[in-house]
Structure formats: C-alpha cells, structure tokens
Write a protein that binds this ligand. Structure first.
Ligand code: PEP
Ligand code: MG
Length: 779
C-alpha cells in the first residue's frame, strides 16, 4: 500500500481513503491543497477564492487517481515493473511505459469516481459544456513539481463519455516514457507521484487580452490593459496591434485610450484548435472595450495585486459581456526587460557580492541552489536561482523553472547564455567563483543586464513566486520599417511566439540541436536504436512550430551543430568520441558529411515541411571551411530527393577560411551567407568563446574580424547574394551600425535585442541617406 503524507499526516491509506474527496470545486480549493490538485489546480482555486471570475472548473484530485490505482489493484502491477527498470534502456523503458499506460486505460474506473465526475460535469451546465481537460502532476516532496509538458491536455471535450475517457487518458499520461525518464533523472520516486486532472469550461473569447496591474518597476498604480478581437493568443503572440487602455487605480478613471487598427483575430476552428482570420473592415477600428469594462478589469487587477502582493500579469477574455480572468501571474523580470533597465544607480546602498558577464537581461531575486551534477537538478524549485559551473542541454528542464541562472564558466555565447536569453530568464555567466562563494538557500538578487549579484532580496526585483511562468513579453512589434531586414534567432520552439511578437522579418538562425537534445538522446542513439522516425518527427514538429509563428517569412534552419562534449550526459553519449578540443572537433557540416544517415534524417524532416507547403524554409550549413563541403552537402541532398536547384541553401561564415574563400562559395551557388561571429571570432583570434579567463580578449570588433566581415560583405554584394549575421555580435547596436554602414543585407539578433537593433539600423540608414543627399547638394 502506498502512503502519501502531507505535513506528516497520512492522507491516503487503506483506512482513511474514504475521507478524501475525489472532486474539488475551484471555490473549495486553497493553495494548501496543492498536493491534491497540483500547481495548476491550486493557482486557479486561489484566484477563484479571492473573487476573480475564473471559468468554472473542478479538479479530479490526486487522491481519486490513487484510489483508482488501489481499487483496481494496479499499483503492484505498475510499480513492480518500474522497480527493476533501467530507464537508460530505451526498449525496456518504452515497454514499461506502454504496459503501464495500457493497464491504466483498460482498468475500469471505480463507480464512485465515475459517478462523481459525471455529477460534477452536469452541475457545470445543464447542457454538455465544452471543457478543457488538463493534467496537473503532483509529487510528495515537491507538490508543484514542474512536470510541464510531460502529461497531456485535451481541449474541446464535449459529453460525459469523452470527458471520462480524457480523464483516464490524463492519468495514463503519467506513465509516458518521457515522463518516467525525467522523474527518474530528477530523483522522483514513481510510487509517490500522483496526478490531478483539471476540468474547466473552455472560454471562446469574443474579445480578449492582457493586463499589467501596476507599472512593474516604478510601482505606479496605473493599470495597462491591451485588448483585441477574438482569443487572447493574438495579443500575447503579437499578431495584432491591440487597443491600449490606461486605468488610474487612484482616481478609478480611464486616463488614456489608444484605438488600433486590428487587422486579424484568432478564433476557434470548429471543435478543434484555432485559426487566424481577417477582421472585417467595419470592425477593425472599433474600440474593443467600453470604459465600464476597462474599469471592471482594473478592479479585478487590483484584487489580484492586493492578494498576491506584487504586480500581476493577467490574461482575460470576454464572452457575451461576461468577463473571465484566465490567468494571473507575477510580473517578475518583465518590467526590467521591457524597460531595458538595470539596477545600477538605483540601489547604490545594496551590497554587490559577485560579478560576471550579464548574459540575459532582467532582474530577479531568489534562493540559491547550487547544482554540481545534473543528477541533482531534482532539488531545483520554481523561482530558485540556479548556480552551476556550466549548463548543458540536459539541464534545460531545470533552467525552465528558475528565476535566474549564474555560472562559473562561459561567455556571452555559451549554452547558458543562449538558452537563458530565449527563456527570458536573467543570467550571469563567467563569474569564475559562483559555485564556491554562493551557498544553498542564500537569498540574492541578480541583475542580468549589468552582470551584478547583490546580497538579499532587493525591492526592484519582484519576489520569486511559486509557479512563476517563463517570461513572454518582449518589445512589441514596431512600426519602424528598415531596408536592412532585422531577423531573430531561435533555438527552442517555446520561444517562437515571443520571437514572432518582436515583429522580426524572419528567422536568421534556427539552431535545431535543441529540438533533439531536449529528448536527452543523441542523434546517434536514434539511429542505433532504429528510432529514425521519432528523430524525424521531433525535428519536423519543432521546426514547424517556429515556421507557423512566422507565416510567409524566411526561416533559415541550420543543420546539426553541437560539439561532442554537449552530448556526453545523454543517452547515447557514451558512444561520442572524447575530443581534446570539441570546439575544433567533430561538429557541424563536417560531421554530417561523414555521417550520411544523420544528415539524411535531418533532410527527411525538411522534405516533409517543403511538401507541406513551407516554401519559406531555407537550409544553412554550419562550420563550412571549403566550397567542396557545400557542394558535397548539396549533392547528398539531391540524392535524398531534394530539388536542390530550387531550394534556398546557404552557409554560415564562421571559419576564417570561408570568409577568405567567399567568392568561391558564391560561384559554387550558395543562395546566402551568414556570419557566425561567435565562432568566427574564436577561430580568428584563437580565443575560446567559453573560457572566462580570456573573455576580455574576445573582441567582436577586432580589426582582423572586421576585415574578414567587410571583405565577405563586398563579395556577396557583387554576386547579389544575401549576406547576414546571426552571431551574438549582431545583437550589439554598435556592431549593427557598423554592419549597415558596410552594406550587410540583414541582421539576425536575439529576441531581447530586436527593438534596439531595429532602432540602430533605422537610424544608420537615415543617416546614410541624409549624408548622401547633403553631399549631392554640396556638389
Ligand atoms: C555562431 O557561431 O556565431 C553561431 C551563431 O553559431 P553557434 O553559436 O551555435 O555556434
Ligand atoms: Mg557557430
């Protein structure tokens, strides 16, 4: 018998299970119930308990799930197969997972649970209501365990039978192979992990948007509301310029209204999914919210802020005049990023305890958790500050949870820096001594812009709050139009919406390593285990998410490029060669050319996308040093059935040889070239980009680097070939100015840098035009 304890009291055992409710209504839930209803359920319950109009919902509790396991005698059957399981043995893992899921799906739900769910569903509405059914996993030692994305959600569910089936499917999803693997890696005992299921009315908003309850940095009591037609996704993703309303909490008056031209809206697509449609011209310029609605929303914002004690980022929707509050979460570092502020000058009395390179902007406070081995990431909690020597792809699940990241090693282009920027999590790298100086549980504040670590929790940083969601706001799409395209770099699909919200002109670099490495398996593992289809699908699906966020805009997908040391801790990592210098080793196109199967699988995923009509997909080869490599890769693609002459194939210029031989590349038929300055600088100056000891000698604007770039741009111009940059240097406005002056065609920058790069580009272009006009006048 499994016994689950809460604060020392047995809450489930054969003896007292009768007392545990199977169903809890939102109104009954408090945040203390998190062990019964999971993080999602508890947060919705908390919102409902303070009077916010949350769509109706009930939770099938974790105890109901456990009762199901006990009454159907499944515990023994499931856990005995897990006890002997080696999760590194993929075949055994898949088999155990399939077996457990099958047992859960085939078992008969106890009548009492079955009846209570049916009764609760009826109570929601006389007619069959359309609901969302969401899993919410809980664990004994970490109630709000972040198992996000590992259990299922089912949308648009209608009718009792479908609902019961979806609940059981959610339960079964607790035993997905990926979920079992992650739990094992993070040190959770499967015996004590439970799952609650949230059943909530699905709101098909007629108008919706977001609200910031107070100014996040100044604390000014002005509530800012953005709203547009249809579902809130359009506002959140930046697909539309929303109306903006400012509500003064002191005078309780609307003090500013800005009506935008709202060209598109996102609406429900029948019973499944959503679609983007044009707003009829007659509605485009109509004000979305009345003053009364603004005031009411403002009031709800005030309630939420007062309750949680810090400014909130709220999602809302309105159907037939009824306002619904869909989500409320703290504005943590959003304000800092949005305003591009750091704390310098504002908090001179605060004590600086450590410095490093500011790698991802934003300010956050929290408790230090020092991770010395990836095995220990199970101890990382939401809102902690992760301190480690250097992050690796297998640490990404933990990186998603934390409020900030600090590393001993690395520079602006290391793994920690790249991933943190995309997650929108403040980060400081290259501190040299963080893991020695900072101690577990210590409270600190991180300024990711300035690279400063302060003692204690400082007021400029919002307090870490359990369940704080990753940041999603960025500088809004701008109306500045530039002749030089300003594109964005993406590495993780979950950053696609934030990237698109910048209004960027396309994706100048999609690093696909992260799509695969998230599964914690090396490409070689997929091939060795005959899981080619899984590999192709994972790549295809990840790329598609990004392509869908940039309809009609060019997306350059880069073929695999991860140094062998990044694979080491993954399944299959044991087969990777040990290299003295992985940066100069078996990576990029050189590895693909010698590993045709690995290359072919990538190409298969591209082919599927082209077949599906994604003509805007271009392919970029990394670490190319000679035109023959480009030609060979092209030939291989032809042999895999690609119409290579009508495909956009290009190269990265990141080895000096490719900059020097750029004319030969142009003659060989490249359609574009993009400077990978992260590598180009290290290979030109012999400075390891990840080595904090030489970080101050890593100079993007070293004359030799600029010389290579300048020459390559001129040759590309002569051959009429798009010349771009996707290295970190392109996110520096000074470098962007220089590049525009020297004729670059496009610049691809980090999400957080797009607004300032666009501005720098626009200013430079105007200056060039002005100077040309003046010199003409003077003639
Ligand atoms: C580069 O080298 O500049 C680049 C963009 O590639 P990566 O950082 O992935 O090596
Ligand atoms: Mg590179």
């Amino acid at each position: 018998m499994i016994i689950i304890k809460q604060g020392g009291d047995e809450i489930i055992s054969g003896a007292n299970m009768k007392n545990v409710p199977n169903i809890l209504w939102l109104e009954e839930i408090r945040k203390e119930d998190i062990i019964s209803v999971g993080g999602k359920g508890a947060s919705l319950g908390e919102m409902a308990s303070i009077g916010l109009p949350v769509p109706r919902a009930f939770v099938v509790t974790a105890q109901a799930f456990r009762r199901f396991l006990v009454e159907t005698n499944l515990e023994e059957k499931i856990f005995s197969s897990f006890d002997k399981l080696d999760v590194e043995d993929n075949a055994a893992l898949e088999k155990a997972a399939d077996h457990a899921k099958d047992l859960v799906m085939k078992a008969k739900m106890p009548v009492i649970i079955h009846d209570e769910i049916k009764k609760a569903y009826k109570k929601m509405s006389a007619e069959d209501l359309i609901v969302a059914v969401r899993s919410s996993a809980t664990a004994e030692d970490l109630p709000d365990a972040s198992f996000a994305g590992q259990q299922e959600t089912y949308l648009n569910i209608k009718g009792e039978a479908n609902l019961l089936d979806s609940v059981q499917k959610c339960w079964a999803s607790l035993y997905g192979a990926r979920a079992i693997y992650y739990r094992s890696k993070q040190g959770f005992d499967d015996h004590t992990v439970n799952i609650a299921v949230v059943v909530q009315q699905l709101v098909h908003s007629e108008k919706a948007g977001v609200m910031f309850t107070s100014h996040p940095i100044t604390g000014e009591k002005n509530t800012i509301i953005e709203g547009s037609w249809g579902l809130g996704e359009a506002v959140v993703s930046g697909s539309v310029s929303p109306d903006k309303y400012v509500f003064d909490q002191k005078t309780e008056k609307v003090i500013d209204t800005l009506i935008s031209n709202k060209k598109v809206e996102i609406i429900a697509d029948g019973d499944h999914g959503t679609k983007l449609v044009d707003v009829p011209p007659a509605r485009q310029d109509v004000q979305v919210l009345s003053d009364a609605e603004v005031a009411k929303l403002g009031m709800y914002g005030k309630i939420a802020e007062n309750h949680y004690g810090i400014p909130q980022d709220v999602e809302w929707g309105i159907v037939k005049g009824t306002i619904y509050i869909l989500q409320s979460r703290p504005i943590t570092t959003i304000g800092a990023k949005k305003e591009n502020k750091s704390m310098s000058g504002q908090k001179s009395e605060a004590k600086i305890i450590l410095k490093g390179q500011g790698a991802a902007p934003g300010i956050a406070s929290g408790k230090v958790v020092v991770i010395r081995d990836v095995k220990d990431t199970g101890s990382v909690r939401e809102g902690d500050i992760l301190v480690t020597k250097m992050t690796n792809p297998d640490m990404v699940p933990a990186m998603r949870k934390v409020a900030a990241i600090i590393t001993d090693e690395g520079g602006m282009t290391c793994h920690a820096a790249i991933v943190s920027r995309e997650l929108g999590t403040p980060a400081i790298v290259g501190t040299k001594t963080a893991t020695k100086i900072l101690t577990n549980g210590q409270l600190i504040t991180v300024d990711g812009e300035m690279g400063l670590i302060y003692e204690g929790l400082l007021p400029q940083a919002a307090a870490p709050v359990q369940g704080a969601a990753p940041q999603r706001l960025v500088a809004p799409a701008s109306s500045i139009i530039t002749a030089t395209s300003v594109k964005v770099n993406v590495s993780i699909p979950e950053a696609a919406a934030r990237a698109a919200a910048t209004g960027a002109d396309g994706v100048g670099l999609l690093r696909i390593e992260h799509l695969i490495l998230g599964l914690n398996k090396t490409p070689g593992w997929f091939i060795a285990n005959n899981k080619e289809e899984e590999f192709i699908k994972e790549l295809h699906d990840g790329i598609k998410i990004v392509m869908d966020a940039f309809p009609g805009k060019t997306v350059w997908v880069r073929t695999l490029d991860a140094p062998t040391d990044e694979f080491r801790n993954m399944q299959g990592g044991e087969s990777e060669p040990h290299e003295h210098n992985p940066m100069l080793g078996w990576r990029g196109i050189r590895r693909d050319l010698q590993s045709p199967e690995q290359f072919r699988l990538q190409v298969e995923s591209f082919k599927r996308l082209w077949k599906e009509g994604y003509e805007n997909l271009g392919i970029m080869f990394p670490m190319v040093s000679h035109p023959d490599q480009f030609l060979k890769a092209k030939e291989m693609m032809r042999s895999y059935g690609v119409d290579v002459e009508n495909t956009t194939l290009g190269i990265m210029i990141e080895i000096p040889s490719s900059a020097i031989m750029i004319e030969d590349f142009c003659k060989a038929g490249i359609k574009f070239a993009s400077f990978g300055t992260n590598d180009l600088i290290q290979y030109t100056l012999a400075i390891d980009r990840n080595n904090e000891n030489v970080a101050d000698m890593y100079q993007p604007q070293h004359p030799a680097v600029l010389h290579l770039i300048h020459n390559a741009i001129q040759v590309c111009r002569a051959y009429n070939i798009e010349c771009s940059i996707c290295g970190q240097a392109g996110s520096d406005p000074k470098m962007a100015t220089w590049l525009v002056e020297h004729g670059i065609t496009s610049i691809s920058a980090n999400i957080d840098a797009i607004a300032k790069i666009r501005e720098a580009v626009a200013r430079t272009e105007k200056r060039i035009i002005l100077e040309a006009a003046r010199s003409k006048d003077a003639e």
